[in-house]
Write a new protein. Structure first.
Length: 94
């Protein structure tokens, strides 16, 4: 499968926009933004870009505790897709 369009979106800065929407939007916006990130996280390149985006993982972790089930599930899907491991956290110095 070709992921050219997904990569193009990422190259145009969509991850930053989606993180902003997850921070500031209403619940349905947050859920849709997280689902869009999950859709982008189909290649290792995009997974890395999501992990590297300032505030993305922190925001997703907060949303994973949301009272809104759809938001919570969408955030958990993205976190699972990008697979933040302890060794990655240590490598980032976090």
């Amino acid at each position: 499968m070709i992921f050219y369009n997904r990569d193009s979106f990422v190259d145009q800065g969509v991850i930053s926009m989606l993180v902003t929407l997850m921070k500031k939007g209403i619940d349905i916006d947050k859920e849709c933004a997280a689902n869009a990130l999950w859709s982008l996280a189909k290649t290792e390149r995009n997974k890395r870009k999501i992990r590297e985006q300032l505030g993305a993982i922190d925001t997703l972790n907060k949303l994973a505790e949301s009272k809104h089930q759809g938001v919570q599930e969408a955030a958990k899907r993205v976190l699972l897709a990008v697979k933040i491991t302890e060794s990655m956290i240590q490598g980032l110095g976090l």
